[in-house]
Design a protein around this ligand. Structure first.
Ligand SMILES: [Zn+2]
Length: 85
């Protein structure tokens, strides 16, 4: 889950919609942590297991759902950054 969220956060942050958002390491990590808190962890113990989790999250409705969680985290971190401007 963590790996999936990290990749999606990076994709979103490089997109045109989030140009104004702070992209420092602290904010990026805060977004990832906040997103992970609102998502259930998916632990994989085997390569096979891992593959099936990836496939599950690659479906459009799942991706949409995860993206929504990340976008709401982006807005929260942007509004209340944990560092001085
Ligand atoms: Zn920042």
């Amino acid at each position: 889950m963590e790996e999936i969220v990290e990749v999606l956060v990076d994709i979103l942050l490089t997109g045109p919609e989030y140009q104004a958002f702070c992209k420092c390491k602290k904010c990026r990590n805060d977004v990832i942590a906040l997103s992970l808190n609102s998502l259930s962890p998916q632990y994989a113990t085997t390569q096979e297991n891992r593959q099936s989790i990836y496939e599950n999250y690659n479906q459009p409705n799942m991706r949409n759902w995860v993206n929504k969680r990340i976008i709401s985290s982006l807005h929260i971190v942007n509004k209340y950054p944990q560092h001085k401007k």
